[in-house]
Design a protein around this ligand. Sequence first.
Ligand SMILES: Cc1cc2nc3c(=O)[nH]c(=O)nc-3n(C[C@H](O)[C@H](O)[C@H](O)COP(=O)(O)O)c2cc1C
Length: 202
Amino acid sequence: MLTTKDAIEKRRSIRKFKPDPIPDEYITALLDAARLAPSGSNAQPWRFKIVKDRETKLKLAKAAYNQSFIAEAPVVFVCCADIKGYLNGTVSGIQDLGKIGAIEDRIVKIILKRVEKIKTMHIEELSPRIALNVAIAIEHIVLRALDFGLGSCWVRLIDEQMVRDIFGWDENIHVVALLPIGYPAESPPQRKRLKLEEILID
Ligand SMILES: Cc1cc2nc3c(=O)[nH]c(=O)nc-3n(C[C@H](O)[C@H](O)[C@H](O)COP(=O)(O)O)c2cc1C
C-alpha cells in the first residue's frame, strides 16, 4: 500500500489507458473515498454517475470538446454537485455541528439564515461554492485510485449542458468534472511545478 506521500508524488494525469476493465469492488472503494471527503457544514453535495458503456463514453468525449482519450478509459466518473442536496445537507450538517458543540448556537443561527439567502441565489452564483466541495471528493478518488494501480485525469474542459443532456439532467445537477479512470498505458514524467518559494506570499 502506498503512503499518502507516495500517492501525492507519484500521481500523474493519465490520458492513455489499457482496455482492461476495473473490478466493481475497486469502483466501490473509489466511491467510498469520495464519500469520506470533508465538506462545508458536512453538506456532502457530491454525486457520481459511473459510465462504462462505449456509446455514452463517446458522447462524453464529444461534450469535452473531443478529448478522445476519455472514451478509451474503461470507466468514466461524471462528478457532479446536487444543488438541492447541498442546501438540505447544509441545514442538517450545521445543526449536527451545533449539537456536538463544534459551533456555538449563535453561529448555527447565523449560518442557517445565510442558507436562506443562498437558496435565493442564482444557480450560476451558487455552483462555484458547491463545486469546491466536490473537487475535494474528486481528488480523494484520484489519490485512492493509485492504491489499485489505476490512473485518472481530471477533465473540466467540458460543455456542461451537453453532459446534462446526455443523461437528461436538469439544472439541479452541476457537472463539476469528468474523471476517466483506468490502468495507465503511459508513465509521464512529473510535470513542471512552481518552487516552494514561488508559492509563498510575502
Ligand atoms: C480542475 C482541473 C481541470 C483539468 N482539466 C483538464 C482537461 O479538461 N483535460 C485534460 O487533458 N487535463 C485536464 N486537467 C489536468 C491538468 O492538465 C494537469 O493536472 C496538469 O497539467 C498537471 O499535470 P499532472 O496532473 O500530471 O501533474 C485538469 C486538471 C484540473 C485539476
